[in-house]
Design a protein around this ligand. Structure first.
Ligand code: ADP
Ligand code: MG
Length: 248
């Protein structure tokens, strides 16, 4: 079994009595390593709640969440915080960068919090900013960057600790078309590198690059479509290796 994420009978209720909302209602999900999964559905159907449960930002009311074979919903607060820092990379619609810190410092922060040396964190941050095309913006503060640049910093930050899974909630929701395409290009590169990625989106252009699209309504999955033939992460040769083999 190579599922990075597994979810069994997952439920999350908010409120009680007349005000009870079943935000996530008995969801089952396996996400194989390297898969890019898009979760779609109308506003209020439970997408963000699902993502928060997957990444340990919220605790389920019922069911189980497993990350790389480890059950996470029963962890202590301390262990859960550690898991969030080291194993999960979050990307949000509104970026959530630390406004007082430069782009580079924002990307260094998760590595420092995970106990890496300042030197290692600096190296990692500079490599990641290079990778997202922002090497020349490292010293800029968030307000000095465009929305698209801020989201690319946020993606670099999410990758700081080489997360088992990246979770992105409407990552292009605040971006114009050019910036959206930048983010999609990055996600394609991440997929090619074998990064497991779960993204919530309203945007068909985002869903179109996914390997699999799940549709939610009222807290449950109403459709689950696999678009890719082979969701396994590619080895170094990738496409070329596959073609060479089949070509004999
Ligand atoms: P989506 O991301 O698909 O728009 P959400 O996961 O944010 O949906 O919300 C799902 C449902 O749960 C909605 O009805 C929302 O109002 C409700 N909800 C989400 N968070 C809370 C909360 N903290 N307290 C009460 N209700 C909530
Ligand atoms: Mg949402």
């Amino acid at each position: 079994m190579n599922a990075v994420l597994q979810v069994e009978g997952l439920c999350k209720q908010h409120g009680q009595g007349q005000g009870l909302v079943r935000a996530v209602d008995e969801v089952y999900l396996d996400v194989p390593a390297g898969q890019m999964l898009a979760v779609m559905g109308p506003s209020g159907c439970g997408k963000s709640t699902l993502l928060h449960l997957l990444g340990g930002l919220e605790r389920p009311s019922g069911g189980e969440v497993w990350l790389a074979g480890q059950r996470v919903d029963t962890l202590s607060e301390r262990a859960l915080a550690r898991l969030r820092r080291r194993s999960v990379g979050f990307v949000f619609q509104a970026f959530h960068l630390v406004e007082e810190l430069s782009a580079a410092e924002n990307v260094e922060l998760p590595a420092l919090l995970a106990g890496r040396s300042p030197r290692a964190a600096r190296h990692r941050a500079s490599a990641l900013l290079e990778r997202v095309g922002l090497a020349d913006r490292a010293r800029h503060l968030p307000w000095q960057l465009s929305g698209g640049q801020r989201q690319r910093v946020a993606i670099a930050r999410a990758l700081a600790n080489e997360p088992l899974v990246m979770l992105a909630d409407e990552p292009t929701g605040n971006l114009d078309t050019a910036a959206t395409l930048d983010v999609l290009r990055l996600f394609e590169e991440l997929r090619a590198a074998g990064q497991t990625l779960v993204m919530v989106t309203h945007d068909d252009r985002v869903a179109a690059i996914a390997d699999r699209v799940v549709s939610m309504r009222d807290g449950t999955f109403v459709d689950d479509t696999w678009l890719a033939v082979d969701p396994e992460p590619t080895d170094g040769a990738g496409w070329l290796g596959g073609l060479t083999e089949s070509g004999g």
